[in-house]
Ligand binder design. Structure first.
Ligand code: HEC
Length: 176
């Protein structure tokens, strides 16, 4: 008799468990913003901070003056280049330079790339000159990260490591 009651109770409980699938909390995962293949990610909230990687850059005013930009670039000289200018780094920098910089600065760094020749008001600088060669790596990193006047920024095309490789290439390959 006891066994029969036990069986009935167990069967009743199993029945309850199965019907529990119908309760709303089982659908919680369905009712959410899902990103389908080929869809772009939901835009980040303005002002949110990425927790995994990514760069957080303080916004610069759109009307920042040349002097203010120079001051920030000088401050950035304190940022030290973490990647030694090894043969591998310079070789990688050469590839990246060819992909991203040659169009304006030219293969020899003279500022005479096919796009660079079309600049009217100011040409891309000659990277061989002291003006660039005397700058600290951190200042060059600042320029690649933030851009400068007519030069776009390259933080989207080159990740942090790649920017240092390009700098190692510019410092090793060009200059007197
Ligand atoms: C679309 C054309 C263009 C591309 C591509 C470009 N630059 Fe420039 N670059 C310029 C121009 C124009 C200037 C001068 C900006 C100014 O002072 O107005 C400049 C200036 C510079 C300077 C001097 C910044 C200073 O301190 O005044 C450096 C260094 C430099 N570029 C490096 C690079 C490197 C390295 C790359 C590749 C990652 C690159 N540029 C890609 C156009 C370009």
């Amino acid at each position: 008799m006891k066994r029969a009651i036990c069986t009935v109770v167990t069967l009743f409980l199993i029945g309850q468990m199965t019907s529990a699938w119908g309760f709303p909390w089982n659908k919680d995962f369905v009712d959410q913003l899902a990103i389908k293949a080929q869809e772009s990610l939901a835009p980040a909230e303005p002002g949110s901070t990425p927790v995994a990687g990514g760069e957080t850059l303080p916004a610069l005013p759109a009307d920042i003056s040349e002097e203010e930009m120079d001051a920030l670039k000088d401050e950035a000289a304190a940022v030290l280049n973490p990647i030694p200018a090894s043969a591998e780094s310079v070789a990688r920098g050469a590839e990246l330079y060819a992909m991203t910089c040659v169009v304006c600065h030219g293969t020899e760094g003279l500022g005479d790339g096919p796009v660079g020749l079309h600049f009217d008001t100011k040409s891309p600088v000659d990277l061989n000159e002291d003006y660039t060669q005397d700058q600290a790596d951190g200042s060059l990193f600042f320029t690649l990260t933030r851009g400068r006047a007519l030069m776009p920024f390259y933080r989207d095309a080159l990740n942090v490591e790649e920017r240092w490789h390009v700098i190692n290439y510019v410092k090793t390959e060009f200059g007197p």
